[in-house]
Design a protein around this ligand. Structure first.
Ligand code: MRU
Length: 357
């Protein structure tokens, strides 16, 4: 098994003791120039890290938020478990305001809230230990789910295939190993040769800065393209399938992912190329009937008007900057989760996957 980069971890101050501790995460805004880790137990800094994409990718921000809750309450002087549970709610409410689209954030915060509510009769010290254990379990479960997604997704690839991907749904976006990139890593571990075309992913260049970097580090043959080159390489017959991640998948299979994903799906359909979405069940939101209800984050205008360290658009120009779009289920050939490859109709398939233990 390939040694992977661990994107986000909890590190105890003392060897052998988890509390007190700090969140340790890769600052993804510094890549690819520098591999820098941030270590902090400051709730505001963790909120800012999520907001500013120092940590990004749906599963990774869920893990960061769960660890953020622990960081917020670990030194609490609460005299009862109930008082501590109230502090957990307060930290979770605050972290929930960081980014709206990736459901993994709310899912992970809910795990922490439910634990605190259910265990409020415990002494605070015991509850703190349960909270840190729960955050670590979210991290470890995510790593295991990514491995499983890799195993299922690798069956969709044959030796010599070329995959097109958009944004970064690799190890950096998860605990480790990734979702959309997991089948590529697994297929390579199995001795197959898989090539990747990576969309640069305007405006924040997650494809250029992160996907190209992490695939390069892993020795995968990667070709970087401008976003609008995707349809052209499909027409040239260079792409066997598309694999992307997701931030939230509605009950009917409509999938929110980085802005531009929908265009890639349309182009894939026009060229008869299968388009796969890869995500753990923690990304499924069965409370939403369809993608129209998924909250879409809008980012600051400066992310579009500025690039290359300078202004690249006229002062005062109007900007529309949704960070995500929704690909309708009808354009998706399969959704790969830790339970297997789900095929249309996605409604029953998603329900079955969530119900299976
Ligand atoms: O704005 P970002 O960089 O957090 O957007 C990330 C994506 O769109 C990813 O594709 C998605 O979160 C899946 S990560 C496994």
């Amino acid at each position: 098994m390939r040694k992977t980069l661990r994107t986000i971890e909890w590190v105890g101050h003392q060897p052998g003791a988890l509390l007190p501790g700090k969140v340790r995460l890769i600052d993804q805004t510094r890549l690819p120039a520098k591999l820098v880790w941030i270590q902090t137990a400051d709730l505001r800094k963790i909120w800012t890290a999520i907001k500013t994409l120092q940590v990004r990718g749906a599963p990774a921000i869920g893990i960061a938020a769960a660890m953020g809750v622990v960081a917020a309450v670990q030194k609490s002087r609460a005299r009862t478990g109930a008082e501590l549970a109230t502090e957990v709610e307060r930290a979770a409410d605050y972290l929930a305001t960081s980014r709206p689209t990736a459901v993994n954030l709310f899912w992970a915060l809910d795990v922490m809230r439910r634990l605190a509510r259910a265990s409020h009769a415990l002494p605070p010290a015991e509850l703190k230990h349960r909270l840190v254990a729960a955050a670590l379990k979210i991290r470890d479960d995510d790593a295991a789910m990514c491995r499983a997604i890799g195993r299922h997704g690798a069956k969709l690839l044959k030796d010599g295939d070329t995959v097109l991907t958009h944004c970064n749904a690799g190890g950096l976006a998860t605990a480790e190993f990734g979702t959309a990139l997991a089948p590529i890593y697994t297929a390579r571990e199995q001795g197959r040769d898989i090539r990747v075309f990576a969309d640069e992913t305007r405006p924040l260049l997650q494809g250029a800065r992160l996907t190209a970097w992490e695939l390069g580090q892993a020795g995968v043959d990667v070709t970087l393209i401008c976003d609008h080159t995707a349809a052209q390489v499909m027409k040239e017959g260079r792409i066997d399938c598309v694999m992307v991640g997701a931030d939230r998948i509605a009950a009917n299979g409509d999938s929110a992912n980085k802005i531009g994903t929908y265009s890639v799906a349309l182009a894939a359909q026009a060229h008869g190329i299968p388009f796969y979405v890869l995500a753990p069940t923690s990304t499924f939101d069965l409370t939403l009937a369809s993608g129209g209800k998924i909250p879409i984050e809008e980012r600051a205008a400066e992310e579009v008007t500025h690039g290359f360290g300078r202004r690249t658009a006229p002062r005062g120009v109007k900007v529309y900057a949704p960070a995500f779009d929704v690909t309708p289920a009808r354009l998706i050939a399969g959704i790969v989760c830790e339970k297997g490859v789900l095929r249309p109709p996605f409604g029953p398939a998603l329900r079955r996957a969530c119900a299976a233990g």
